[in-house]
Design a protein around this ligand. Structure first.
Ligand code: DGI
Length: 156
């Protein structure tokens, strides 16, 4: 344990929502605490904001199409080193790479065989993005600061 308690935003994407019971089982087996959860269908404008860092990229429109194609299930997960822990459980971004490099990962198991980037689930990639993404999906939630091992506080 690194004594680095964090929160992160996990998202089950539309084409994997049928697998959400299996994915939730993994979340609990991995020792995460589910702080809150919300099932929502993003509007196009919301999806464009969520993926704002990719605006202008070649795949931006297909990314927005994908994430708005149905409901998503958003979770706030808490735990030791939660941001990196959840990304390890997800596996690599591309489904084909996940299947080669991390066959037990969520993206390997639940990603789309026909589209490398329809990768079943999302995880925040830094403390800043976790903070932004948690506020995006749970704007009304007031969270207590997380106490880290050094006694410092991280406001997520
Ligand atoms: O944090 P990740 O989801 O692992 O990856 P990211 O933040 O770099 O990209 C966000 C999503 O955008 C990713 O889950 C799939 C999609 N994406 C990333 N790079 C490409 C892409 N989609 C296409 N079509 N082409 C890409 O090069």
């Amino acid at each position: 344990a690194t004594d680095k308690i964090q929160r992160t935003l996990a998202l089950i994407k539309p084409d994997a929502i049928d697998k959400s019971p299996e994915i939730e089982k993994i979340i609990l087996e991995e020792g995460f605490t589910v702080v809150d959860r919300r099932r929502v269908r993003l509007t196009r404008a919301e999806a464009e904001e969520f993926y704002g860092e990719h605006r202008g990229k070649s795949f931006y429109n297909s990314l927005v199409d994908y994430i708005t194609s149905g409901e998503v299930l958003a979770f706030i997960l808490a735990g030791d080193d939660a941001i990196n822990h959840w990304r390890r459980v997800l596996g690599p971004t591309q489904v084909s790479r996940a299947r080669h490099e991390a066959p037990g990962s969520i993206r390997a198991r639940f990603g789309n065989s026909n589209n490398d980037f329809h990768n079943a689930a999302h995880g925040s990639d830094s403390v800043n993005s976790a903070q932004r993404e948690i506020r995006f999906f749970f704007p009304d939630l007031t969270l207590e600061p997380v106490l880290t091992g050094e006694g410092a506080k991280e406001y997520l």
